[in-house]
Design a protein around this ligand. Structure first.
Ligand SMILES: NC(=O)c1ccc[n+]([C@@H]2O[C@H](COP(=O)([O-])OP(=O)(O)OC[C@H]3O[C@@H](n4cnc5c(N)ncnc54)[C@H](O)[C@@H]3O)[C@@H](O)[C@H]2O)c1
Length: 332
C-alpha cells in the first residue's frame, strides 16, 4: 500500500487532536476534509494540506470515489451522527469514530452489524485503553478478589454549544465519564445492572450564544458486574475547583489500586507500594494502531473496535434511562 489516504468528517477539537498525531506519520496523507464551519475547514486545510474540501459529510461522500480514500475519521458531536457511518460502510471505507458514537443504541447496534458484514476495520476513541499505566492494572486484577470500586470524573463545563444541553451531549456521564465506564468494562467485563441518579440546581442558569445550560450538574451510578464487583461512579460538571481525585479506586481483598486519571496507577498492599506514571501519548498510540491495522488488514490489536464500544455506550445510556425512570436497568 502507498500512503494511507484519509478523509476527515468534522474539523473541531478532537479532530485536531488526531491530526496532531497523523501529521507525525510519513505513511499517512490527509486528502479530504469536511465541516460546515468554514474557519475550521480552512484551518484544517492549512494544517494538513488537504485539497478536497467539503461543507458537509454528504458532499464528501457524494464527491469522493470509493477508491479515493482508505478511511475516514468521524469526529462530530453526539447527535450529528446520521448516515455518517452508513455511507462510509457503503463505500467500503474503514473508519474511526469518536465516543459517544450516537445517543441511539439501536443505530449503534445496526452500524456494528453492518461493519461486521463488510469486514471493515473500525476504531472508537476510547484512547485510555492505550495508557501504559493501564496494562499493569489488567495484569494484577486476575490475582486478586475485588469487591468495591469507586471513581469520579468531576470538573467544569466544556464550552462547546452541544455540551450545554443533555439532549445534544447525552449529559456528562455519556459524553465524558464514558471513558471510565469503558475502563470498568475493560477491567471487569460485562455488567449485570445499573442504577443511577442525577441532580441539577448548583450551576446558576446561563446562556452561551443563545443556548441555555440544560443538563445535569452531577450524577451517581452504581454498576454491578458479573464477577461480584460493584462500582460507583460520580460525575460532575459544577466543580471547576481543581479537584484532583478523578480516576478509580479499586479495593481488592489484599490490595488497593489507585488509578489517577491519565496520570498514574499505584498498587498498595501490606508488602509493597508500587507506582507507575504515564509516559506515553495514548492518543498517538491509538492512531498508530489504527493506521497499522489499515496497512496490514489485521485489526486484532485495535483495543476499541466499534462492536466492543457499543457495549460501553449501552451501559452509559442505560444509566441515563435509570435516571429517568428511577429503576434499576438489568442486562442479559
Ligand atoms: N476521545 C476523547 O478523549 C474525546 C475528547 C474530546 C471530544 N471527544 C468527542 O468527539 C466528538 C466531537 O467533539 P469536539 O470536541 O471535537 O467537538 P467540536 O464541536 O469541537 O467539533 C465538532 C465538529 O464537527 C462538525 N460537524 C458536525 N456535523 C458535521 C457533518 N455532518 N459533516 C462535517 N462536519 C460536521 C462541526 O461543525 C464541528 O466543527 C464528541 O462526540 C466528543 O464527545 C472525544
Amino acid at each position: 500500500m502507498n500512503k494511507i489516504r484519509l478523509g476527515l468528517i468534522g474539523c473541531g477539537g478532537i479532530a485536531n487532536y488526531h491530526v496532531d498525531h497523523l501529521l507525525q506519520m510519513e505513511d499517512v496523507e490527509i486528502v479530504a476534509a469536511a465541516d460546515p464551519v468554514m474557519t475550521r475547514l480552512d484551518a484544517m486545510a492549512l494544517r494538513t494540506g488537504a485539497k478536497r474540501l467539503y461543507k458537509s459529510h454528504t458532499e464528501l461522500y457524494d464527491a469522493e470515489a470509493a477508491t479515493a480514500l482508505d478511511a475516514v475519521y468521524i469526529c462530530i458531536e453526539p447527535t450529528a451522527h446520521t448516515d455518517t457511518e452508513y455511507r462510509a460502510i457503503e463505500k467500503g471505507w474503514h473508519f474511526l469514530v469518536e465516543k459517544p458514537m450516537t445517543l441511539d443504541i439501536s443505530m449503534a447496534e445496526d452500524i456494528a452489524a453492518r461493519v461486521k458484514a463488510r469486514k471493515l476495520l473500525t476504531h472508537v476513541g476510547f484512547q485510555d485503553r492505550y495508557l501504559d499505566i493501564i496494562e499493569p492494572i489488567r495484569a494484577e486484577l486476575p490475582k486478586h478478589r475485588t469487591g468495591i470500586v469507586y471513581g469520579s470524573w468531576v470538573g467544569g463545563i466544556p464550552m462547546v454549544w452541544w455540551w450545554l444541553k443533555k439532549s445534544t451531549c447525552g449529559a456528562q456521564l455519556v459524553e465524558q465519564n464514558i471513558h471510565l465506564v469503558d475502563m470498568l468494562r475493560y477491567f471487569f467485563g460485562e455488567p449485570q445492572s445499573v442504577y443511577a441518579t442525577c441532580s441539577r440546581g448548583i450551576v446558576e442558569p446561563f446562556e452561551k450564544d443563545g443556548i441555555a445550560y440544560d443538563t445535569d450538574d452531577h450524577s451517581t451510578c452504581v454498576i454491578t458486574f458479573k464477577n461480584s464487583v460493584t462500582a460507583t461512579l460520580f460525575t460532575g460538571c459544577y466543580a471547576d475547583n481543581g479537584f484532583e481525585h478523578n480516576g478509580l479506586t479499586i479495593i481488592a481483598k489484599d490490595m488497593t489500586i489507585e488509578y489517577k486519571l491519565r496520570k498514574s496507577s499505584t498498587f498498595i498492599s501490606k508488602a509493597e507500594t508500587r507506582e507507575y506514571r504515564t509516559s506515553v501519548d495514548q492518543g498517538l498510540t491509538l492512531d498508530r494502531t489504527f493506521m497499522n491495522a489499515i496497512k496490514s488488514g489485521d485489526g486484532s490489536l485495535i483495543r476499541s473496535p466499534y462492536a466492543d464500544a457499543v457495549e460501553s455506550l449501552r451501559l452509559a445510556l442505560a444509566a441515563n434511562e435509570s435516571m429517568e425512570s428511577g429503576l434499576v436497568v438489568r442486562f442479559k
